[in-house]
Design a protein around this ligand. Structure first.
Ligand code: ADP
Ligand code: MG
Length: 238
């Protein structure tokens, strides 16, 4: 488990200030959902936590360590994207083990990690299949498996369910919440869907134009929205 602590984070793209100044602490072991309308800076924030993008200024700590200048593989994080491009020519097993093989991990450890991830995600009977032989939900599980094998302290999800149909999305939400309970890892989950946020989060961060409008439990946001934006956004029909 690991806390993520962000202070005075700023991000500009050219002349555009996407995140003016952001302070946020994500508690260790929480399922924290970053929610806000399209274009408000959710992906930008997540990519900076991952180390895929550099802040213009500010500080960031993961598990007490300053991660400025650290590449993604040094941060103890793993990220799952919306478009989970699997390697089409590789089996499920090889897709899941790819990062460990790249890091030249011990083969016995690779086998054990893959077996563990497959068991958690109910992929054990499918390990020898290729992605094209899988359903959408199974492919998404493989993408999550690629994150799990790395034993990250922090999981980062960027709208991972938005390409799935409604029924599958509902099922995957439950599976991700169970995964969180089982692993106890810190999870930061980005979505523009307020219903998804309310269902899954133990803590919600509402973003608007790169600023935090409110942080609280789903019940707190629902009962006592602190700004008209939060009230409108949380209460809006989908
Ligand atoms: P969200 O994920 O909340 O939809 P993003 O973080 O993707 O929003 O984008 C926030 C804002 O930053 C948008 O206005 C977007 O156009 C801009 N932006 C994102 N990435 C870049 C980039 N690489 N260069 C210029 N502008 C960008
Ligand atoms: Mg985004």
């Amino acid at each position: 488990m690991a806390e993520v602590r962000i202070s005075k984070l700023r991000k500009v793209f050219g002349a555009v200030e996407v995140i003016p100044e952001l302070d946020l602490t994500v508690p260790s072991g929480s399922f924290t959902v970053l929610v806000g309308p399209s274009g408000c800076g959710k992906s930008t924030l997540l990519r900076m936590i991952a180390g895929l993008d550099q802040p213009s200024s500010g500080r960031m700590q993961i598990d007490g360590l300053d991660v400025s200048g650290k590449v993604p593989s040094e941060r103890g994080i793993a990220m799952v994207f919306q478009s989970y491009a699997l390697y089409p020519h590789m089996t499920v097993r090889d897709n899941i083990s790819f990062s460990l093989r790249l890091a030249k991990a011990d083969p016995a450890q690779i086998d054990a990690r893959v077996a563990e991830a497959a068991e958690i995600l109910q992929l054990t009977p499918l390990l020898d299949r290729k992605p094209k032989q899988l359903s959408g939900g199974q492919r998404q599980r493989v993408a999550i498996g690629r994150a799990i094998v790395r034993h990250p302290k922090v999981f980062l999800f960027d709208e991972p369910l938005s390409n799935l149909d409604a029924a599958l999305r509902g099922q995957m939400r439950v599976e991700l919440m169970e995964l969180h309970k089982r692993l106890g890892a810190t999870m930061i989950y980005v979505t523009h869907d307020q219903v998804e946020a309310m269902t899954m989060a133990d803590r919600i961060v509402v973003l608007n134009k790169g600023r935090i409008e409110q942080v609280g439990s789903p019940l707190e946001l629902y009962d006592t929205p602190q700004t008209p934006f939060v009230a409108g956004f949380i209460g809006a029909p989908r």
